[in-house]
Design a binder for this molecule. Structure first.
Ligand SMILES: Nc1ncnc2c1ncn2[C@@H]1O[C@H](COP(=O)(O)OP(=O)(O)O)[C@@H](O)[C@H]1O
Ligand SMILES: [Mg+2]
Length: 263
């Protein structure tokens, strides 16, 4: 089967004045349709760059990104992207933020009723019913993430890219949102590419974890996570096998810490 996303020998160098930042080097990997893939790596190793490339928001220096076998040459409208920075529009209430993707492209043809139904359905799915009329500034960090998620899901994309979505949240809320994400995603056959710097989170969510090296980001290790589904986010640390996965992935990441890199 053709991978839904494919990175072929990707490299990326950024120029900032005189400075040259080598963000990615020779990244080759495939994302299978329907898989839940986590990408972990030290900060600055090019994780966000890899998602930006997958969304077609920038071009690789060398190599190519393929979506369903076709090289990406423009913005990839088949994927939805929960970016690292919260980019809700502050002047729009929640339901109008969620409505945004439906105002564009083919979705603009949806009838008013269909549109209203979909918006309400996704707001409910992420647990924001009752907050439709709130502005982003009136929401907690977790609720803003939920709103971002609703906006990303409302046009029912085949692939969801998420960039450290729960990174800034407290430990308990993080688990709750991981559980909700799995509840929405497991068994749907849709693809998830989830960037995190939290190993336990990667193992909890993913079918497969890619560990990247420090900059320039390369693939250091790939691990299949054969823990049963549906997964219980709160108890998974005690499931046999979890510790071994953690150990193996940690030893791949640790090499970069020895170089004095921040993880
Ligand atoms: N648009 C850009 N212009 C210049 N440098 C950038 C740009 N985007 C990312 N970088 C640099 O590339 C490196 C990788 O960035 P990023 O992909 O954001 O890493 P990560 O998400 O793994 O923390 C960092 O050193 C970052 O400063
Ligand atoms: Mg990043």
């Amino acid at each position: 089967m053709t991978p839904i996303l494919e990175f072929r020998d990707l490299s990326k160098v950024f120029f900032k004045g005189e400075q040259r930042v080598h963000a990615l080097a020779h990244v080759t990997a495939e994302v299978e349709e329907g898989e839940l893939l986590a990408i972990v790596g030290p900060s600055g190793c090019g994780k966000s760059t890899l998602l930006n490339l997958s969304a077609g928001l920038m071009e690789p220096g060398t190599g190519e990104v393929l979506y369903r076998g076709q090289p990406l040459t423009r913005v990839n409208t088949q994927v939805s992207y929960v970016t690292q920075k919260d980019n809700l529009l502050p002047w729009r209430i929640v339901e109008d933020n969620v409505a945004l993707p439906l105002e564009l492209g083919a979705h603009a043809k949806l009838s008013k009723d269909d549109r209203r139904e979909r918006i309400a359905r996704y707001i409910e799915l992420v647990g924001l019913t009752g907050f439709e009329k709130h502005y982003p500034s009136e929401l907690s960090g977790g609720m803003r993430k939920r709103a971002q998620l609703a906006r990303s899901l409302v046009y029912e994309p085949d692939v969801l890219l998420m960039d450290e979505p729960f990174g800034a949240l407290d430990a308990q809320l993080k688990l709750v949102l991981q559980a909700e994400l799995l509840r929405m995603w497991e068994g749907t056959g849709k693809t998830l590419v989830f960037v995190t710097h939290d190993l336990a989170e990667a193992i909890t969510i993913a079918d497969r974890v890619i560990v990247m090296s420090s900059r320039p980001g390369r693939i250091r290790a790939i691990e299949h996570i054969d823990l049963p589904r549906p997964r219980d986010v709160f108890g998974i640390r005690f499931v046999p096998g979890f510790g071994d996965y953690f150990e193996r992935l940690w030893s791949a990441l640790r090499e970069d810490i020895h170089q004095g890199q921040e993880v």
